[in-house]
Design a protein around this ligand. Sequence first.
Ligand code: ZN
Length: 276
Amino acid sequence: MGVIPVLEYHLIGERESRWSRNWERFARDLELLHARGYRPITVRQLVERRIDVAPGLSPVVITFDDASPGQFRYIAEGDSLRVDPRSAVGIWSAFAARNPEWKGRGVFCVLSGADSGHAFFGDKGIQGQRTAWRFPKLRRLVADGHELCNHTLWHANLGRMSAAGVQEQVARAQLAVDSAVPGYQMRTLALPLGIWPQDRSLLTRGSWVDARTKREVRYSIDAVLMVAGGPSRSPHDSAFDPLKIPRVQVFGDELEKLLDQLDRRGSRYVAGPRAR
Ligand SMILES: [Zn+2]
């Protein structure tokens, strides 16, 4: 019944600031979590109560918002592509090679049509990223076991949009992901700016018709991530609300402080022996 940290990263790069994690520090965050007995699970696993970490260990959810190149950057080498070892996916993969329980299990809250390099991890040459690499990146994430999460079409302030606009924002992101990974349904949504639409029910279920193709795109969301609020309750706690999952932004020493606090209070979720 303890609490579970749902961590939130934005930019991964050289800089260290409120919205940017230095890539070496990100690598150290993974080491720290591992050393302190945490193992990653996805939001899917959290809301479906499939917390499969070994007895005595604790789950952590690691989310990445806004689909910037620093999270997943390719480097072209002749005819082949290499994942930049300084991008989050490169760091994660290297860590997973040494710690197999880290394979997959990140949660990437993506924007499909944002500008300034935030459309599926960069396009149009931003940070060397080609537009044609966007879909292969999504396919690679899914193949590796990561979860894709809907962060809307271009990070709209949903509180200022019409009902039709809200549904278009969510549905078009879903359509774009389906184009890259046929059949993939995003079931988790990260609220842009933490702002709810006036009609909250539009986040969980809705549809939008593509005027050009007349195709109707439906979506169905059953987990909503907020931008702040501290660690999450256990999904076994009756007060756990999957449509209001709080998160903790990682910057400065916030992660160390959080882990220390959970241990001091004895409030962290620790997996018990598995029932057989
Ligand atoms: Zn965002």
